[in-house]
Write a new protein. Structure first.
Length: 320
C-alpha cells in the first residue's frame, strides 16, 4: 500500500536535513492549503525522529503568512468576517446617503455577505473594478422594466438593494395587470396606472443607483478596513501582489526556504505570489521556493478536462 503523500514529504525532508552539512529542518517553511495538513506533516516528522529531539519547521498557510507580513489583524478569528461585513455596511450607508435607522445592520447582513463574496472574487482575480462593475451595470436586464422579468421572490431580493423596508409587490402586479383590469372609469384607470408607473420608475432608479455607486462602496469599504488592519482574503492577496510589484514587499527576504505542498488550482493573485517565490532565487542560483504536487499519476496528468489543464500548468510553471 502506498504511503500517504505527507508521510513521503516528511521522510524525504527528514532524510535530506539529516545529512552532514545539510540545511537544518527548521530553516524550511512549509505552505499548505490549510493548517490541518501541517499538523499531519509534523506528526510524520516526529515519527521519523523516533522520539529524538527535533526542531520542527514552520507549517502555515499562504493567508497566514501574508497577513503577518502585511501586519493585518484578524487572522483565524471567527468574528473577522462579521467585522469586515460591518465595514462594508458603514461604507454602504455613507455612499448611499442613508442612516442606520433607515437600513439597520441586521437587515443589511445578507446583502453584506453577498457583497463580500463578490469583492473577494474581484480581488482574487485582479479585476479592474470600475470597468467590471460598469459592464455589470450596463447589462441588458438592468435597463429593462423590472416588472417584465422579476418574480415576487426575486423582487424581495431586489428590495434589499434599494433599502425598501416593505417591498411593495402590489406595484409590480399593478403594472402587469393594468391592461386587463376593469376599473370604474377610464380616468380612474389612467390615474392608477400613472401612480403605479411613477412608483415603479422610482424603484428602478434606486435599483440602478446602487449599481452606479457600487465601485465607491467597494473602495470606501476597503479604506475603512485598512484603517483598522482588517482584510478579507482577496483584498489581502491583491494588496500583496501590488506591493510586490512596486518593490515594497518581499516574502523571501527572511532567509527561509519555502516549500509549497499539495496546492491545486489557484487564482490569478495567488499565481502572481507563487511567481514571486519561484523567481526570487534566480539571481543567487539558490532556490528560495520548492514545489511538491500531489498528482503525479498518468490519469490525472493526461486528463483532457479542466483538472488536467491546472495540473499541467502547475507542473510546467512550478516544477518540483
Amino acid at each position: 500500500m502506498a504511503k500517504p503523500f505527507l508521510q513521503q514529504i516528511a521522510e524525504h525532508f527528514h532524510s535530506l536535513t539529516s545529512q552532514p552539512g545539510a540545511t537544518a529542518l527548521y530553516q524550511f517553511r512549509f505552505i499548505f492549503h490549510n493548517q490541518r495538513a501541517g499538523i499531519f506533516l509534523c506528526h510524520y516528522l516526529e515519527q521519523c525522529a523516533n522520539a529524538r529531539p527535533l526542531l520542527l519547521p514552520e507549517c502555515t498557510t499562504m493567508n497566514s503568512l501574508i497577513r503577518r507580513r502585511l501586519h493585518l489583524s484578524g487572522g483565524e478569528d471567527p468574528n473577522n468576517e462579521l467585522l469586515v461585513i460591518h465595514k462594508i455596511y458603514l461604507a454602504y450607508l455613507e455612499v448611499m446617503g442613508l442612516g442606520p435607522e433607515e437600513r439597520p445592520f441586521e437587515d443589511f447582513y445578507d446583502l453584506g455577505q453577498a457583497l463580500l463574496r463578490d469583492f473577494d472574487d474581484i480581488d482574487k482575480h485582479l479585476i479592474e473594478v470600475d470597468s467590471f462593475l460598469e459592464n455589470l451595470r450596463n447589462h441588458k436586464e438592468l435597463t429593462e422594466d423590472l416588472s417584465t422579468f422579476l418574480s415576487q421572490r426575486q423582487w424581495s431580493a431586489v428590495s434589499k438593494l434599494i433599502y425598501a423596508k416593505d417591498p411593495d409587490w402590489s406595484v409590480l402586479e399593478r403594472v402587469n395587470e393594468m391592461a386587463t383590469e376593469e376599473t370604474e372609469t377610464k380616468t380612474e384607470e389612467e390615474q392608477k396606472k400613472k401612480e403605479a408607473t411613477k412608483k415603479m420608475q422610482e424603484m428602478k432608479k434606486r435599483f440602478l443607483d446602487f449599481w452606479i455607486k457600487l465601485p465607491d462602496i467597494y473602495r470606501r469599504a476597503k479604506s475603512l478596513m485598512k484603517e483598522e488592519g482588517l482584510a478579507y482574503e482577496g483584498m489581502m492577496l491583491r494588496e500583496a501582489t501590488e506591493q510586490i510589484k512596486e518593490g515594497q514587499l518581499s516574502l523571501t527576504d527572511d532567509g527561509m526556504i519555502t516549500v509549497f505542498v499539495g496546492l491545486n488550482a489557484q487564482t490569478p493573485a495567488m499565481y502572481r505570489i507563487l511567481d514571486h517565490f519561484r523567481d526570487s532565487g534566480k539571481d543567487t542560483d539558490k532556490d528560495k521556493a520548492i514545489f511538491y504536487w500531489d498528482y503525479f499519476t498518468d490519469p490525472i496528468l493526461k486528463s483532457p478536462g479542466l483538472a488536467g489543464s491546472f495540473v499541467r500548468y502547475n507542473t510546467t510553471n512550478y516544477p518540483t
